[in-house]
Design a binder for this molecule. Structure first.
Ligand code: ADP
Ligand code: ASP
Ligand code: MG
Length: 407
């Protein structure tokens, strides 16, 4: 019997009524002659609520206890969906991360899955049960509860689909698939029928939160067919596919934005070997992820060093950088949390020149100042003032996607 993994996100299980709708859809899938494993997120807003509770007690909550707390969100939705299935007369059983045994490393808040013991799931399926697994959570070697990072239920689902060799992993969300840009801020965004793994990885890492990056990496590594679609309609969604040179590739597949970073600048850093290492080592030791970095040498033998970190970590980062700044006798530290990163992504960029220049012209025409730039083979990102985010996304989407024939 074919095995299907279905993942339902927060909005899809946001109320008891929605959970009943999901149960009906799961049932239809089973009645279609499939074995079904369902992975669920916490009900919409629950993870944020739990996080806010922890922050009422401490600015930087203990990471182990924070993960114990956050995992509770998925425990609730998993039990409710299982109850909903039972009330439809179905046989169903819930499993938390430690009961399946989804083993992760011990990096609280961003743990990576090391292995999944699929025996308990397979036994339940063999008994004719629908299996409901809590997303986002696992346990480390020592049985400490861990969580996989925001949006991590996507990764739970793809990892389980890989471990069970599922026919397909369906990611059900509140939009009809992956769009050329966030459909909630750009009404002309178009649903993509398919997207290459590499493009999806870049889109996810530059802000399209529709899939967690790690889930796409796993889908690519283990060749898991992934179909992103809406739990509110029957419409087919977007398939993640392997890059195929024979397919006509468009220049830009997607425009993304990310308002979750802050920019830190160290002024007049003496220009000596070893100083970059001295600045970034404490930040790395504090587990803060640095995204973009630029360094500008000036004629007086000093440099300005600018970089971005997640907004959630910027106060911690500043405290560390200020300490280093006084040791190395830099002139000072400035910070700007009101920035956004706007990016264009597409495999077609590999073979086309002039895309960056065009992007900069379009932004200049709107009077949007570019503060930082970074590129990869298939992506160009710029940092701009946060207040221009929507404008920049629409202008780039119009030019590169709506009217790409006129470029
Ligand atoms: P879920 O709770 O189902 O995991 P998420 O909120 O994590 O849902 O992801 C879905 C949201 O991602 C959409 O509501 C949409 O606003 C946002 N999004 C951002 N960029 C895109 C994009 N390019 N395509 C589709 N959705 C996007
Ligand atoms: N509930 C978690 C979050 O809000 C995981 C997920 O939704 O995928 O990030
Ligand atoms: Mg999500």
């Amino acid at each position: 019997m074919p095995l299907i993994v279905q993942k339902y996100g927060g909005t899809s299980v946001g109320t008891v009524e929605r959970i009943s709708e999901v149960a009906k859809r799961v049932l239809v899938t089973k009645q279609g002659g499939n074995q079904v494993v369902v992975v669920v997120s916490a009900m919409a807003g629950e993870t944020n609520k739990l996080l806010a509770l922890a922050h009422q007690l401490s600015e930087m909550p203990d990471e182990r206890e924070r993960d114990v707390l956050l995992a509770a969100g998925e425990q609730v939705s998993t039990a409710l969906l299982t109850l909903a299935l039972k009330s439809l007369g179905e046989r169903a059983r819930s499993f938390l991360g430690h009961q399946v045994r989804i083993e992760t490393d011990s990096s609280y808040g961003r743990a990576r899955i090391k292995s999944i013991d699929s025996n308990r799931i397979l036994r339940a399926l063999k008994d004719g049960e629908i299996v409901v697994v809590a997303g986002f959570q696992g346990v480390d070697e020592e049985d400490n509860i861990t969580t996989l990072g925001r949006g991590g239920s996507d990764t739970s689902a793809v990892a389980i689909a890989a471990a069970l060799n599922a026919e397909v992993c369906e990611i059900y969300t509140d939009v009809e698939g992956v769009f050329t840009t966030d459909p909630n801020i750009c009404p002309t965004a178009k649903k993509l029928d398919r997207i290459f793994h590499e493009e999806m990885i870049e889109m996810a890492s530059t802000g399209a939160r529709v899939l967690q990056i790690r889930s796409v990496e796993l889908a690519m590594k283990f060749s898991v067919p992934v179909h992103i679609r809406s739990s509110f309609s029957e419409a087919p969604g977007t398939w993640l596919v392997e890059e195929d040179q024979a397919m006509d590739s468009v220049l830009v597949s997607g425009v993304t934005y990310d308002k979750n970073e802050a920019k830190i600048t160290l002024l007049k850093v003496p220009d000596r070997p070893g100083l970059a290492a001295q600045i970034f080592s404490p930040i790395a030791e504090a587990n803060i992820v640095v995204d973009m970095i630029i360094q500008n040498a000036s004629e007086d033998g000093t440099t300005d060093l600018t970089f971005t970190v997640p907004k959630a970590d910027y106060k911690k980062a500043i405290a560390l950088v200020e300490k280093t700044a006084s040791v190395i006798q830099a002139k000072g530290v400035t910070v700007d949390p009101n920035i956004a990163k706007v990016s264009i992504v597409g495999v077609g960029m590999r073979t086309h020149a002039g895309v960056a220049a065009k992007m900069f012209q379009l932004l200049a025409r709107e009077g949007v100042n570019i503060e930082m730039i970074s590129t990869s083979e298939i992506k160009i990102s710029v940092v701009i003032d946060e207040k221009y985010t929507e404008l920049a996304v629409r202008v780039l989407h119009d030019a590169f996607i709506e009217n790409q024939g006129n470029l």
